[in-house]
Design a protein around this ligand. Structure first.
Ligand code: FAD
Length: 470
């Protein structure tokens, strides 16, 4: 069995197959497995040894709900979850430590990310939106992963319009509420409420986050290297099966097997791999280019998708920036009103009490029209934009900054725009394999989070195993 792509979906699939005794090989372009959930180190040298750990992409996993059986089983295997007297408990070491979130609001930091309601009208709209989310939960139903919930006429209706149109219909127009909802959509989907479907907007809250009013915090698991902690553990037992620096160039299905042509970067030559079956665990638009005579569902699904570009900047500081008025440095730190997504202090999970060097990880979801700019502009220009975003929050940042490292994602995540989630082509790729090819990637859910990617990998492995009756 050959798995092409060692992101979360590919790792989940290969891990399950390996656990059941299947001979599996895993190829990836990168030298390190994990895809968009890789960790990183910055500042290696005499002072910091191997460097400080930081995320390169994904940085947290909400504690799973009842539908996320595969994710919960993984967390149990990794010693992160256990059941006591019928209740699920999570490893405190990796639950997000306090303080969790703060918002830069009117020149000071306030606790939590929901903007303070300064008028009764804003407060009323917060309550009304919370009520509508609860109503949709009861009447429509949401699950994480979304593919574990039936797709009904009510879902289709929500999927047919934008979240912004749905909010307008419900006269939910208060600026702080709309900014917050845009922020949530950009944070999870890479695009704002005018672009994502109403299904996606409500799914965000209905499936896992709830709509927070400031009193309650969602429990999330997070690590200094972000979800790299998870991908490292998924990859560890597959070390001998992983072949990094291999770019799949062509996938040809033949009568007795599948031929894969891959570029071996270290050896600077192409090599041929043969397998009984191949799992395409890479973004669908790449898969559609590699497979010779691709199934029509793949071509159609790939044609119908749009991906958001993202920029991730890791900033190494010699000491924490000066504290400003209000809430202290938190795990997640966001500025009200801006387009940037703020920064994460992932090292807060290290439990290191010293006030020495630290890394802040800044995130920006870009517009699709900025993809070319992201690729072509010099890194200094992008570093300058990141620093300009943070300047109002931390005027002393330039003095503290030792180093900045940028990660550019041209196609970071699929945008769940109206009509995508319910597209028949995506459903066809999720439902079954096509000949000797199977598809496993977060793209199949129409949007990208750990739970969807991991579950896609597990589902495909289960399908392969049931066919071979292992
Ligand atoms: C900046 C950022 C922040 C995020 N934050 C979060 C978060 O906090 N929480 C969360 O749950 N999710 C988050 N996500 C989403 C999460 O990272 C993804 O859902 C998940 O990692 C996707 O896994 P995947 O296996 O589906 O895909 P990918 O990560 O895309 O894996 C695909 C793999 O295929 C490889 N590949 C591609 N082409 C080829 C080829 N031709 N040959 C060989 N290999 C190939 C790639 O190198 C990659 O390793 C974030 C994503 C990004 C980009």
């Amino acid at each position: 069995m050959l798995v092409l792509g060692a992101g979360i979906a590919g790792l989940a699939c290969a891990r399950r197959l390996r656990l059941r005794g299947v001979d599996v090989a895993l190829l990836d372009v990168e030298d390190v497995p994990g895809g968009n959930s890789r960790g990183h180190r910055i500042g290696a040298g005499p002072a910091l040894g191997e460097g400080l750990r930081c995320p390169l992409g994904a940085h947290y996993l909400p504690t799973p709900g009842p539908e996320a059986v595969e994710v919960r089983a993984l967390l149990e295997d990794l010693g992160l979850a256990r059941q006591e007297h019928g209740r699920w408990l999570y490893e405190e070491r990796w639950l997000c430590h306090s303080p969790q979130e703060r918002l830069w609001w009117q020149d000071q930091w306030v606790d939590g990310l929901l903007p303070p309601a300064e008028s009764t009208e804003v407060q009323a709209q917060y309550h009304r939106f919370g009520g509508l989310v609860e109503q949709a939960r009861r009447e429509v139903g949401f699950a994480m992963p979304s593919t574990h919930h039936a797709w009904t006429a009510a879902h289709r209706a929500l999927d047919a319009k934008t979240f912004a149109a749905w909010l307008d219909e419900h006269r939910l127009t208060a600026a702080p509420l709309r900014w917050y909802l845009d922020y949530c959509c950009r944070d999870d989907y890479g695009a704002d409420a005018t672009q994502v479907s109403a299904w996606a907007g409500l799914h965000y809250f209905g499936s896992r986050h709830g709509f927070m009013s400031g009193e309650e915090r969602e429990a999330v698991l997070t690590w200094p290297q972000g979800n790299g902690w998870l991908s490292e553990r998924l990859a560890a037992p597959l070390a001998d099966a992983f072949h990094g620096g291999r770019t799949a160039l062509r996938v040809r299905e033949e009568r007795h097997g599948v031929q894969v042509l891959a570029w071996n970067e270290a050896a600077r030559r192409a090599e041929r791999w043969e397998a009984d079956q191949v799992v395409m665990a890479m973004p669908l638009f790449i898969g559609a280019r590699l497979v010779e005579q691709p199934p029509s569902a793949l071509t159609e699904a790939a044609r119908g998708m749009r991906h958001a570009p993202w920029l991730v900047a890791n900033l190494l500081l010699d000491a924490p920036p000066l504290e400003r008025l209000g809430a202290p440095l938190s795990w997640d730190n966001v500025a009200y009103g801006g387009e940037a997504l703020g920064y994460v202090n992932a090292g807060q999970q290290e439990l290191d009490p010293s006030r020495g060097p630290l890394v802040l990880t800044a995130y920006r979801a870009l517009r699709e029209s900025q993809r070319k700019e992201l690729l072509q502009d010099d890194w200094r220009a992008w570093a300058g934009r990141v620093l300009a975003d943070l300047a109002p929050l931390h005027p002393d940042l330039p003095e503290r900054l030792q180093r900045i490292e940028l990660m550019r994602y041209g196609h970071a995540m699929s945008i769940p725009y109206p009509g995508l989630r319910g597209a028949p082509a995506l459903a066809a790729l999720r439902a079954r394999g096509h000949g000797r090819l199977q598809f496993a990637h977060a793209d199949l859910a129409g949007y990208s989070v750990f739970e969807e990617a991991f579950t896609q990998g597990e589902v495909v492995a289960a399908r392969i195993l049931s066919r071979s009756s292992r």
